[in-house]
Design a protein around this ligand. Structure first.
Ligand code: TYD
Ligand code: MG
Length: 458
């Protein structure tokens, strides 16, 4: 009885994975519309082919697994920025998804990784997106010629299973999961059914054969991994590769990691022969700082364990329209409304008859309340037409009471600021500034936004 019940769960939400006995318009679990799709697969065929190598699961005594044996399963990679994002090294049997928009550099990253991983044994590189010729050219461009790397252009999952069981490589790199095809599943390669079932089977295979699997996956415009978000739940590690600055820099962010921490990021520059580490990212977002820039100030924003400095600019201009505009580019519009309301009510500075435009330079977006004080100071600077001295930054969140609060890592921020040549920092209340052991920077503290204009713009 039970098996027939589960057999009938033939429909699945492509977003969250919830299963249903019949089709319906909306998923009750995640409330998304039009995400329920039919899920047809037959696992028997798969297990009969490459999966036949897979033994029955057996009980293993924990004490029987010695730590030296466990150490053998860690594939050390000498790549500092990648190690940061990964929270360490690769582990055999793990399944890692590298997600990113088309063209961001997923294949390049996989190719460079295949070279590093080949130090630990044979690597199979599945070329589903590009022909063997194109892939070979890219490997040449990246100056990788390693006999431990085998290229394979078949994307039929049963054939891949056979190949892996025969060859037993240490790692397999799948470029991309959207191009893998499971003949026992309905739908074209890249369809949701195909992606889910192919991933399930690849995971099963790699876990049993103890093969490290790295796969690339496209993300949609909204930033989700194309097709199912459920894919993110299935794999062990998800690393997302994005453009930084819309230029040649890339950021690798861990979204999930079953084996390590997810609090740091990797930063790379895409050069003519692949990814190169960016070791000093703080000044990436700022150009030669304009000393006389009215309405302009620097704000430090942490990202992972890194600190970025962004330039915020404001333009406050009297308007004769009945509907003054508040335009926020790169910061949340609601945050701008909150901050102008605090300026109005608490600091008694009205920008009611003004258009207020706030922009984060270089087309960047920031979502961190540590920038509040900087945003307010840049608005006041433009309103009073008075710029700050060269290399000035502001740090602090502004409460609805107008109180300015420092972030917990203030001292680290100041130290990094000094390193970049920041001469002056506006910060929130500090009980005793002598406790801050940062030299060569002038600290100006404010308890509340209400005293700022009288002190700075008189
Ligand atoms: P690719 O790795 O093919 O991206 P994805 O697999 O995510 O679609 O990289 C595509 C871009 O990277 C392309 O615009 C060319 C550029 N690139 C370099 O700048 N340097 C290189 O060494 C390589 C291999 C690619
Ligand atoms: Mg690619």
């Amino acid at each position: 009885m039970a098996s027939s019940k589960y057999h009938s769960l033939n429909f699945q939400c492509s977003d969250c994975g919830k299963q249903y006995p019949k089709w319906q318009g909306q998923c009750f679990a995640c409330n998304e519309w039009d995400t329920i799709v039919e899920n047809i697969s037959d696992n028997k065929t798969f297990l009969d082919i490459g999966g036949s190598e897979i033994n029955e699961s057996s009980l293993i005594d924990l004490s029987a697994v010695s730590s030296s044996e466990a150490d053998k399963d860690i594939y050390k990679i000498e790549w500092p920025e990648l190690n940061r994002a990964l929270g360490g090294d690769f582990i055999s049997g793990a399944v890692v998804l590298i997600a990113g928009m088309p063209g961001v550099g997923k294949s390049t990253l996989l190719m460079q990784l295949s070279s590093k991983l080949s130090m630990h044994g044979e690597v199979v590189y599945l070329c589903g997106e590009e022909s063997i010729k194109q892939v070979t050219k890219k490997f040449e461009r990246l100056c990788i010629s390693n006999t431990n790397i085998k290229l394979y252009d078949g994307m039929n999952l049963n054939e891949i299973a056979e190949l892996l069981s025969d060859l037993k490589p240490k790692s397999i790199l799948v470029d991309s999961i959207q191009s893998v095809y499971d003949p026992d599943t309905q739908g074209a390669p890249g369809s949701i059914n195909q992606i889910i079932n192919s991933t399930k089977k690849l995971i099963l295979l790699c876990k049993k054969l103890n093969i490290l699997c790295l796969m690339s996956g496209h993300v949609t415009k909204t930033g989700d991994v194309a097709g199912p978000r459920v894919l993110e739940h299935m794999v062990d590690v998800v690393l997302q590769l994005d453009y930084l600055n819309n230029r040649q820099e890339r950021i690798l962010t861990p979204i999930k990691n079953r084996f390590g921490p997810t609090f740091d990021i990797g930063l790379f520059s895409m050069n003519s022969n692949g990814f190169v580490d960016i070791t000093d990212p703080s000044s990436l977002m700022i150009d030669e700082y304009n000393p006389s820039g009215v309405g302009s100030i620097l704000v430090p924003i942490p990202n992972g364990q890194r600190l970025f400095f962004y330039e915020i600019q404001s333009l406050v201009a009297k308007t004769y329209s009945n509907y003054p505009k508040k335009i926020a580019e790169g910061i949340d519009n609601n945050r701008l409304l909150i901050l102008t309301s605090v300026l109005n009510k608490i600091a008694k500075i009205s920008v009611e008859n003004h258009d207020v435009i706030v922009n984060v330079m270089k087309g960047q977006s920031i979502k961190n309340v540590t920038s509040d004080f900087g945003i307010c100071l840049s608005i006041l600077s433009s309103l009073y037409n008075s710029g700050f001295e060269k290399n000035t930054m502001a740090v602090g969140e502004i409460a609805l009471t107008g109180e300015i609060r420092n972030p917990p890592n203030l001292e680290r921020i100041l130290k990094e600021g000094v390193r970049l040549g920041i001469k002056k920092a506006f910060i929130g209340r500090v009980n005793d500034t002598s406790t801050i052991s940062t030299n060569n920077i002038e600290l100006v503290t404010f308890n509340n936004i209400n005293s700022v204009s009288a002190t700075l713009f008189k």
